[in-house]
Ligand binder design. Sequence first.
Ligand SMILES: [Zn+2]
Length: 381
Amino acid sequence: MAPSRTVREVLLDLVAIPSVNPSLGDTDTSGETEVAAYVEAHLRGMGVEVQLQPAECGRQNVIAHIDRGPNALRGVILLTAHMDTYPSSSDNALQRYPRIHNGRVYGRGAADCKASLATIMEAIIRASRCRDRREAYVVATVDEEYGLSGAKALAHLGVRPQLAITSEPTSLVPIVAQKGIVRSSILVSGNAMHAAYPHGQNVLNSAARILLATESFNTSLQQLPAHLSLSPATIVPTRLIGNGGMNVSPATATLWFDGRFLPGTSAEQFLASFRNFIDAETAGSVRYEFATSPFVSPPNECPLSNAAVQKFFECVRNVTRRCRPEAFSYGSEAGVLAQFSDASLVFGPGDPRCCHADDEYVDLPDVDCATTIYERLLTVA
Ligand SMILES: [Zn+2]
């Protein structure tokens, strides 16, 4: 590897290594591991201290660290970007090989999240050579697209950052609030019955009652006081699986759902209110139980008065000529990072609307802007 690769070349190198999350793709973990090896070698080659950290998924985060320069501000900055990608819907060669066209890099992971990864790596390399550098950690995380186990492992670093930024495609707009996500399932049970003798509790009718209750629950959520910038919380049923046959109703059915809840509420509180609502609506006429270990991505609400957040906004404004923070309802590592940081937000190059899309791309000028913004954040006097 040439030691002087530009941020654009690093981006192309990263896109050229397929790294679909093994829980979503073909269970092969080697792509993510190969990206980690690239990140580690590139940073070490540029003289930045690097360590590896195992996450619960069995793969390893790559953690780069720089100490504080003699004149720098106090307070630690944490930047993350994930190494895994979402699978592509087609086995299209254009997805697998990066290409530049009209000032854009196309390819799976170009925007989500390899442009971000290339920019935060370049920022810490540049900052490491500067006397005004702040203490900073730059982390290439594993497993963002499925279990967030890379971000969750960072709680064990024993560091409380003043500001944590997870770099993701946001069109260079700081995302300062996002909903939490809880994904789980409900096991509905009843009597398997032959269609010739339809007696007892039909599981699919029970599931229908729960679905109707869910619809009413969503209506009730819309009546609650609105969050400043986020739409109301929701529960979206996503799958209903039963094992019935041509003329036999199932003994059980599993109803999956994806809930999005507002900052200020925990996943446990949100699920409890959903369960209570179903109980009230079905009046005990339905046998069901919730799965015990839901997937949770915590919500985030960034304290805007935090000094490092204000400095960051200044860096964004100075480079892009505007800074209008927004909110979104996607998942990201920000809610996990918020649990052990003073403030957390999402920001990065690329359009969020092309995440996971088959014609995924990132604009190269955005990549250069993001690199400058992160470099300034890490070296601001
Ligand atoms: Zn992402």
